[in-house]
Design a protein around this ligand. Structure first.
Ligand SMILES: NC(=O)c1ccc[n+]([C@@H]2O[C@H](COP(=O)([O-])OP(=O)(O)OC[C@H]3O[C@@H](n4cnc5c(N)ncnc54)[C@H](OP(=O)(O)O)[C@@H]3O)[C@@H](O)[C@H]2O)c1
Length: 322
């Protein structure tokens, strides 16, 4: 009797698991960027391009002919990623550039280095990000999720705006793509004080909310210019992302691999946002699954977006106006 119930429990578990995988991979097929747009002569910068979604995005955009700046904090890992991509595509034009989002000084140095070699930038993908349960501060004393995932990207984009302005034309605007997450749902309005004191358990969600609020506000300020800015949720993907949350060997997370998207599947929405012809002139939107998606009501709050803009300008000592 006991043996039979164990057997049924095992059968139910395996059955549900198989059904889930079938639904995930066959019925709810991941979206695909169908655009074949070439990027010959275009310059792209991607943060966090040494692994996960950033690396796949670098590989895919380089395959379309772009010169891709891989902005990474660990240059050894970055060089390994570059070699990996080159082994599949020896023609790929990949340039490594150092950035540590934990430090505004490093972000500034990255922008300066980029501008020494380039006067224009066609596509900027603000992809790097992390989520951890611990409280910490960046080198500039900002809560580290908000600091790395939002403020450093805000700073980088503002510093590179002249290059984005130079690249964009009326018929082919330059694009800013910010990788956010549906994890912003339920994080409430941004609570700078309690984040700073380490009292916000969902600091990651708040930083991803900041990504969306920032894009919405920036898109308003860029109306009439040849630059678009959009944010997105890539899906739930099997990357190195959980390493800060559950520091266990990747092998123990293997079952999740079957239930989640591959990095190539997960990168589709950001590749689509970066290249798809149908998005020409589309700005201030939030995407998921290569389509427009809805955000939480907090992410639509214009007062909060303006408050974040003011806070970000004061922390980076940049003027409120572009
Ligand atoms: N995976 C998912 O299911 C999922 C879901 C929703 C949203 N996202 C978002 O998608 C983006 C990419 O995530 P992923 O899944 O590809 O994660 P990943 O494999 O962990 O890659 C994250 C990248 O960000 C870089 N990074 C982290 N902190 C940095 C810092 N302080 N300075 C410079 N680079 C830093 C990492 O560099 P190191 O290798 O040096 O750490 C790595 O290159 C993130 O913004 C994440 O929030 C992911």
């Amino acid at each position: 009797m006991f043996g039979l119930s164990i057997l049924s429990a095992v059968a139910i578990t395996i059955g549900s698991f198989t059904l889930f995988i079938f639904l995930r991979q066959v019925v709810f097929k991941p979206a695909v960027c169908k655009s074949k747009r070439r990027l010959n002569g275009k310059v792209v910068l991607i943060t966090g391009a040494n692994t996960g979604l950033g690396k796949v995005t670098a590989e895919e955009l380089a395959a379309r002919g772009a010169t891709v700046y891989m902005a990474c904090r660990n240059m050894e890992k970055a060089e390994q990623a570059r070699q990996d991509i080159l082994s599949k595509n020896p023609e790929a034009k990949l340039i490594l550039i150092k950035i540590d989002l934990n430090s505004l000084q490093s972000v500034k140095a990255c922008a300066e280095e980029f501008m020494k070699e380039n006067s224009s930038l066609d596509i900027l993908v603000a992809n790097a990000g992390f989520g951890a349960f611990q409280h910490n501060l960046t080198e500039d004393d900002i809560e580290w999720h908000l600091g790395c995932n939002h403020l450093s990207h805000f700073y980088l984009i503002r510093l590179l705006l002249p290059c984005l302005r130079k690249a964009g034309t009326e018929s082919l605007k330059s694009r800013i793509v910010v990788v956010s997450s549906k994890a912003h749902w339920g994080s409430g309005n941004l609570d700078y004080d309690s984040l700073q004191r380490g009292k916000h358990w969902h600091a990651y969600g708040q930083s991803k909310l900041a990504n969306i609020l920032f894009c919405r506000h920036l898109s308003k300020l860029l109306v009439g210019e040849n630059i678009t800015v959009n944010s997105l949720h890539p899906g739930v993907i099997f990357t190195d992302f959980p390493r800060h949350i559950m520091p266990v060997p990747k092998i123990f997370l293997a079952p999740f691999k079957l239930m989640t998207l591959t990095p190539l599947q997960g990168a589709q929405t950001q590749i689509w946002a970066a290249v798809d012809e149908s998005l020409e002139g589309v700005s201030g939107k939030f995407f998921a699954g290569c389509a427009e998606a809805s955000t939480s009501s907090c992410a639509k709050n214009e007062e909060e977006a303006e408050k974040l803009w003011r806070w970000s300008c004061s922390k980076t000592r940049l003027p409120l106006d572009l």
